[in-house]
Ligand binder design. Structure first.
Ligand code: ATP
Length: 260
């Protein structure tokens, strides 16, 4: 599979990437994120790994805009978005999924995905464009058969795909994924890998927090390893994951995981 997408999302200033520069976030006396530099480039899958409590989720929240950093900057496509709220970052082309699945149970699967399509970046889209984006996203994950059913009736694996479809329906430049394969079976995981690789090959910047080393090796181009709020290693996946320092730091987290 190609790891070199030729098409990348561009704005007036070039391909859209997401960058953290010197990001710090404190909780009481703890520096959950202690000065992190990270770039998720367009057309690449970047993984963020590390043991429990390393600061991955806090950094993710700073990037998405749900948590305000105490210091440092977040830059999206050349624009400083550090003080831009999460919902406004969505309109600028930044989408995310959550570790805890967040769907509206009484809405149908299609209406959950439609919410993402209505958030399409740029100006407010018309109904036809929303319908088309919703249908495309449902088809991408093979969800047409359950489109009219309430989301609350679906098993976890399907809900994970609904969340992903909703995030993609907005046509984001940058996609943040928090453990996207949690709860998926083997077939669903294979589909997820293929969809995410396809997105990267077409120019989307993907950043995922992931505990499964197999998935990181399969999907990611580059990896950042966090421990104690800092980045302790970064680089091409094979190189970083084979580093004994990383294996020691991450070993505990990786040992108990593995896809079903
Ligand atoms: P996990 O893999 O378990 O999700 P993580 O790498 O995502 O861990 P964080 O959840 O970002 O790590 O936590 C980093 C540190 O910040 C931990 O010590 C955690 O207890 C602390 N922390 C995170 N959020 C808060 C909060 N809202 N209030 C207080 N402390 C917090």
């Amino acid at each position: 599979m190609s790891r070199r997408g030729t098409a990348v999302h561009r704005t007036g200033t070039g391909p859209v990437r997401l960058t953290a520069r010197g990001v710090v976030r404190r909780y009481g006396g703890i520096e959950a994120v202690a000065g992190v530099d990270l770039t998720a480039p367009a057309g690449r899958v970047t993984a963020l790994i590390g043991p429990n409590g390393a600061g991955k989720s806090t950094l993710f929240d700073c990037l998405a805009g749900t948590v305000r950093p105490d210091a440092g900057r977040v830059v999206l496509g050349g624009r400083d978005v550090t003080r831009v709220p999460a919902h406004a970052r969505v309109r600028l082309g930044l989408a995310r999924t959550f570790q805890q699945i967040a769907v509206f149970p009484t809405l149908t699967v299609a209406d959950n995905v439609r919410i993402g399509a209505e958030q399409r970046r740029g100006r407010r889209p018309d109904t036809d464009a929303v319908d088309a984006a919703t249908a495309r996203a449902l088809a991408l994950f093979g969800l047409q058969g359950v489109a009219a059913q309430p989301a609350g009736d679906q098993p976890t694996g399907v809900l994970r795909l609904v969340e992903l479809a909703r995030a993609l329906a907005g046509g984001p430049h940058v996609l943040l994924l928090d453990e996207p394969a949690a709860g998926l079976d083997t077939a669903q995981t294979a589909r997820l890998v293929s969809v995410l690789r396809g997105l990267a090959d077409r120019g989307t910047a993907l950043l995922l927090v992931e505990h499964d080393p197999d998935l990181v090796r399969e999907l990611a181009d580059r990896v950042y390893v966090m421990a104690g709020g800092r980045v302790m290693a970064r680089g091409p996946v094979a190189e970083v994951l084979d580093d004994p320092r990383v294996a020691r730091a991450w070993g505990g987290a990786a040992a108990g995981t593995g896809r079903p």
